[in-house]
Design a protein. Structure first.
Length: 139
């Protein structure tokens, strides 16, 4: 598996992953009707570092890392991770989490915080717990 910084040539593959993940409406806050044109803002916006995970040259996962808040909150990172449904169970999410934590340290972030993890997304919740994250609130 290769994890690398994404570029604009990866947009089609990232959109395929994004669309497949959000279309069910049960793992992310993004609407299943999110237009492709929003991907520029959501995944490639200002202060966002976007990565892709490839296996045999095929992009099967993507994640982003960015400041959780602006100004005095910018020392805390925030991330979002997506694995194509057809590639789940291959360790892509785990590899992207490990990679993102390394990148966060390199960028000088002091911590990583996930603001919204849908509680019924047990795969994600369990993965983050394995990496030492704690649930500090549930709504």
């Amino acid at each position: 598996m290769k994890i690398r910084i994404a570029d604009k040539e990866d947009i089609e593959a990232i959109w395929d992953i994004f669309h497949e993940v959000v279309k069910t409406g049960d793992t992310y806050i993004f609407s299943p009707n999110t237009p492709k044109s929003s991907l520029d803002f959501l995944w490639f916006g200002e202060n966002i570092k976007t990565y892709v995970a490839e296996i045999n040259g095929q992009i099967l996962g993507t994640y982003l890392i960015k400041p959780n808040q602006m100004d005095l909150g910018s020392h805390i990172a925030n991330g979002a991770y997506m694995v194509h449904p057809k590639a789940q169970g291959k360790g892509i999410g785990k590899a992207m989490c490990e990679h993102s934590l390394e990148q966060a340290r390199e960028f000088g972030y002091k911590a990583v915080q996930f603001n919204i993890v849908v509680s019924t997304n047990e795969v994600a919740v369990n993965l983050w717990k394995k990496f030492g994250f704690e649930i500090i609130g549930t709504i």
